[in-house]
Design a protein around this ligand. Structure first.
Ligand code: MN
Length: 498
């Protein structure tokens, strides 16, 4: 996955009422802030300084240039002085990318000994940013507001975190999901309106006959397969468990062929996410396990049993975490089975095979076992256990008249004992605020068994993404109570009625 060098424009608002000297200071201050943000090392993308916006014409022109600039993923605005907000109406109405309103001030402390009216007029964002914020509320426009001194670590981190959301918003319209299987028969929660998904999120979701991709798999040369099998054998532990060494290797080679064939097919046709279905494998000899796990690790989105909504979310969340130092991983996931022992409650997370090794801690092994479902040869898969710590799990559902994103803060833990007979990769988490409340809220909200899961994103980032997409978001976290949550769902049903 190649990270695009997105940029964010830094636009400072003012007006020509204050004289040349004041405007020169405004420009200098915003340059200092831009330089400091870039030098902080806390922003994943570059900030680009723009000349102070002081007229309707310049505001409108700048926002339209931002729309047209392919590298610009958003604009950061700040009113150093007062900028009458009517001047912003046309520009904002024509603007189509994420916007951050940075409510800051050049000086951190009031200069008690020297402050006079000139200083106050020059440094009045407490005043100007309120006028500016008003027009967004009046226009009903989404924006992110970040408040605080620009050189403070927490403020810079918040800007950096929003940048990742903004890139998720911009990149959403570049997500193309390949369906080589339909949704599993009779399953409701993985279904959805693909036209509406394209209208809301920009996703293209297309079907291909599974045997077209099988041709691509069959076309992979033996030499390419052998080379990849060598890589697997050098990188992962082999758990033969009494199986014949030669047969084991042949099964692994089938997954190598699938990985190479799938990736070539996806690249050639420009898709960044894929869904499969264990019941619809055409000429594939095995359910793609190891192959899909490796594709996810490379940044492709994936959903099991034809779940294109989760596949697209996994892809977007992988893009949002790109280039993150010490990233702990992002994966497709499924709620499987509970531990209901008091004090040790949690949900064991896994899938038939397809869990991304980016979330693994410790050794990763290749294992072969029969699938209890489907009718193919025993697939090779990567097995491991997940890291621990706070993470976020999201489910995007289609309620018929709207999409809802359910966002749950979860705490990943180690299970008490090893599970030697379980032949799949796993995670184990307790949803916040606790298992009972978390699961009850999730079920009341209609959340799926499939989730897009990440150690590296926050509920705030996912909620901001949903806001930018104009869809409903509900949070299940430490503050959730069932009574309040049920009311929220009721009220949202009205708020999002078409
Ligand atoms: Mn599933």
């Amino acid at each position: 996955m190649k990270q695009k060098a997105y940029q964010f424009w830094f636009c400072t608002g003012s007006q020509d009422l204050y004289g040349e000297e004041c405007l020169a200071n405004v420009a200098e201050h915003s340059r200092i802030i831009t330089d400091a943000l870039n030098a902080s090392g806390r922003l994943p993308y570059e900030v680009v300084w723009k000349p102070t916006l002081i007229t309707n014409e310049l505001i409108r022109k700048t926002f339209n240039e931002a729309n047209m600039d392919e590298n610009c993923a958003g604009v950061i605005t700040w009113m150093h002085t007062f900028s009458p907000a009517k001047s912003w109406i046309l520009g904002l109405q024509e603007y189509r990318k994420p916007l951050l309103h940075l409510h800051t001030q050049f000086n951190q402390e009031i200069p008690y000994d020297t402050i006079d009216m000139d200083f106050m007029n020059e440094n009045q964002s407490a005043h100007g940013d309120r006028e500016y914020g008003h027009i967004f509320s009046r226009l009903g426009m989404e924006r992110k507001v970040v408040v605080g001194f620009w050189d403070e670590e927490s403020v810079q981190k918040k800007i950096g975190s929003w940048m990742r959301t903004a890139v998720g918003v911009i990149e959403s319209s570049h997500v193309r999901v390949m369906r080589i299987a339909d949704n599993m028969r009779n399953v409701a929660v993985t279904e959805g309106d693909k036209v509406e998904a394209q209208i809301k999120f920009g996703w293209e979701v297309d079907a291909y006959p599974v045997n077209e991709i099988v041709e691509a798999v069959n076309a992979v040369s033996q030499a390419d397969i052998n080379a990849l099998v060598e890589e697997y054998y050098s990188r992962y532990e082999i758990l033969l468990e009494g199986r014949d060494e030669k047969e084991f290797r042949e099964h692994v080679a089938v997954q190598a062929g699938i990985e190479i064939g799938f990736e070539r097919f996806l690249r050639e046709k420009n898709y960044q996410a894929i869904v499969t279905h264990f019941g619809d494998l055409g000429g594939l000899r095995q359910l793609p396990g190891l192959a899909v796990q490796r594709l996810m690790e490379k940044g492709y989105g994936f959903g099991g049993e034809g779940d294109w909504k989760t596949a697209a979310m996994v892809r977007i969340m992988k893009i949002m975490t790109q280039g993150m130092k010490d990233a702990k991983g992002t994966s497709f996931m499924e709620d499987y089975t509970y531990n209901l022992v008091p004090g040790k409650e949690g949900i064991l997370q896994a899938h038939m095979l397809e869990v991304c090794p980016s979330i693994a801690e410790g050794p990763i092994s290749i294992k072969e076992q029969p699938l209890s479902m489907g009718d193919r040869e025993d697939p090779a898969r990567l097995v491991f256990t997940a890291k621990t710590g706070p993470a976020v799990a999201v489910s995007l559902i289609d309620l018929g008249d709207r999409f809802r994103l359910i966002i749950n803060d979860v705490d990943c833990k180690k299970v008490e004992k090893p599970m030697p007979k379980l032949p799949v990769a796993t995670a184990f988490w307790t949803p916040q605020p606790d298992l009972k409340t978390g699961a009850e809220a999730w079920i009341l909200a209609g959340g799926a068994h499939h989730t897009a899961f990440s150690f590296d994103l926050t509920a705030e980032q996912m909620g901001d993404w949903a806001d930018a997409m104009g869809i409903e978001a509900v949070y299940i976290d430490k503050d959730t109570t069932i009574r309040q949550f049920k009311n929220e769902l009721r009220w949202n049903a009205l708020a999002y009625r078409k």
